[in-house]
Ligand binder design. Structure first.
Ligand SMILES: Nc1ncnc2c1ncn2[C@@H]1O[C@H](COP(=O)(O)OP(=O)(O)OP(=O)(O)O)[C@@H](O)[C@H]1O
Length: 255
């Protein structure tokens, strides 16, 4: 993503945003409410018009770029009242490959089962999606995104409202997808402590990219204060284990 600006409702919600996510990386996209995290993901998916700048995914631009991407939206964005089974919901993630009017074939069912296995949901594959708990729904959305074996995985707040075992299951899965499968994973989250411990790299966003770097490289309170608008002695810095004396070296900081 190079110098991306997005205007929504007449307001500039993202400007000058530069970000690279490489194969095998698990990048945490973090920032306060309204920072533009979802908008940034949507701009990668080609769902919002860029006012300026460009996004390329695996060499492709615009909607063509979306072919390489598996997307997990926020849970409330999916139509859970739709009368379909878990398996059908996951198969809907393969619609680009199956085609809208075709019936899924053996290959499609096999891929859906494999994706459900990865989130430990195979035993519920015949269950109507409307009967699932919040954590089970989240796992279905992840399986749906994995059904086409994407090279890039975009996750919008995947941990919201999940219990600790489900969080741990998904955290391990995202790490495995990055490290073993070489998937490029970009995830928005408000679980900052989890992001610091689980991500290979972080991107601090507040309408623009404030800084990117490994958690160790972002050990500078000034960056977090700028991104989150917090004070020098905020408990957040203590919780993240970031000392309150600014460092001279500011890895990846933009002027
Ligand atoms: N369709 C829209 N029309 C106008 N403004 C919008 C639209 N969608 C989002 N915005 C505005 O864009 C800004 C960024 O929103 P976005 O949802 O990307 O933030 P976010 O970082 O994901 O926030 P949160 O952490 O609260 O989910 C916000 O000020 C929001 O009000």
């Amino acid at each position: 993503m190079r110098d991306v600006a997005v205007e929504l409702g007449g307001r500039l919600v993202l400007h000058g945003a530069d970000l690279d996510v490489g194969a095998g990386e698990l990048v945490g996209l973090i920032g306060p409410n309204g920072a533009g995290k979802t908008t940034l993901l949507r701009s990668i998916l080609g769902l919002v018009r860029l006012r300026s700048g460009e996004v390329t995914v695996d060499g492709a631009r615009g909607r063509a770029a979306a072919r390489a991407i598996g997307y997990v939206p926020q849970r409330h964005e999916f139509a859970w009242e739709f009368p379909i089974s878990v398996e059908d919901a996951v198969l809907s993630g393969r619609v680009r490959s199956i085609g809208w009017l075709r019936r899924p074939g053996v290959v499609d069912y096999r891929a859906a089962r494999a994706a459900l296995d990865r989130v430990r949901m195979s035993h519920l594959r015949k269950r109507p999606v409307g009967e699932l708990s919040g954590g089970q729904r989240q796992r279905v959305l992840v399986a749906r995104a994995l059904a086409l074996d994407p090279r890039v995985l975009l996750l919008d707040e995947p941990f919201t409202g999940l219990d600790v075992p489900t969080q741990e299951l998904l955290t391990a899965l995202f790490a495995e997808l990055a490290q073993q499968d070489g998937t490029a994973v970009l995830m928005t989250t408000h679980d900052l402590v989890g992001a610091v411990h689980g991500c290979t790299r972080l991107c601090l966003l507040n309408r623009t990219v404030i800084a990117t770097g490994t958690p160790a490289e972002l050990d500078d309170p000034a960056l977090w204060m700028r991104a989150f608008g917090i004070a020098e002695h905020s408990p957040l810095l203590t919780a993240l284990g970031i000392s309150s004396s600014p460092r001279a070296a500011r890895a990846g900081e933009r002027s």
